[in-house]
Design a protein around this ligand. Structure first.
Ligand code: CDP
Length: 219
């Protein structure tokens, strides 16, 4: 079984790239950010205090988050409900890194992710995949881009989803999340010694995909 890890800051294009790679290679794609987003959404809906690690852990243990492919689109489900769009809301964007910073919450999520990766060829994207979730991955990519470029791309994406988006607000949100994700004690966003760094600031999706495929030896 082959494992590919893609880590990097918010809005670097990890999920777009991971999805295309998975299609091309017939691998299973696991979007770990969507899992932290799902937990955040449910906690907000149930009015759970986002500092209350114990309650968040109980919830993480009791909910079932899974992915389903429908017509080439990957949908995110939580206990039978399609939450694909709901987890991309500005409220979730603002709070997900608070939820993801709790070490015990991460322990539960990492275990779920490891289970999902078992017995499959997988591409996983997130922050701690190369270090914590798939330490034995054959390839560990660190995908990044300038903050301004990432904010521009995210603004377009938000607009397409029907949200009002101010590029400065987005830039602030991305920078804040990066900082929280990099500063936490467990599962922090970081470049590993073995990371293959890919800066996508100047390149389109197709170029980045071709570059990564050439490294993997697929093309
Ligand atoms: O899509 P975007 O780059 O905005 O973020 P995401 O991949 O959906 O992840 C959302 C948030 O979940 C991140 O900012 C992290 O706080 C958290 N996360 C994490 O802590 N560990 C992961 N493996 C994946 C996401």
């Amino acid at each position: 079984m082959m494992k590919i890890a893609i880590d990097g800051p918010a809005g670097a294009g990890k999920s777009t790239l991971a999805r295309l790679l998975a299609q091309k290679m017939s691998f299973v794609y696991i979007d770990t950010g969507a899992m932290y987003r799902a937990l955040t959404l449910r906690a907000q809906q149930k009015d759970i205090d986002l500092q209350d690690e114990l309650s968040l852990c109980e919830m993480a243990n009791s909910i079932n988050i899974y992915f389903e492919s429908q017509g080439g689109v990957q949908l995110v489900f939580c206990d039978g409900e399609d939450i694909t769009e709901a987890i991309r809301s500005p409220e979730v964007n603002s709070n997900v890194s608070i939820v993801a910073a709790h070490p015990k919450v991460r322990e539960i999520m990492v275990q779920k992710q490891k289970n999902m990766a078992q017995c499959n060829n997988v591409i996983m994207d997130g922050r701690d995949i190369g270090e914590q979730v798939l330490p034995d991955a054959e390839f560990k990519f660190f995908l990044t881009a300038d903050l301004n470029e990432r904010a521009k791309r995210r603004a377009l994406e938000m607009e397409r989803q029907g949200y009002y988006s101010d590029i400065n607000d987005i830039e602030i949100n991305l920078a804040k999340r990066d900082q929280m994700d990099a500063d936490r004690k467990v599962g922090a966003l970081k470049i590993l010694e073995e990371s293959i760094i890919v800066d996508t600031s100047q390149f389109g999706v197709d170029e980045v995909l071709a570059h990564i495929l050439s490294i993997i030896g697929e093309e």
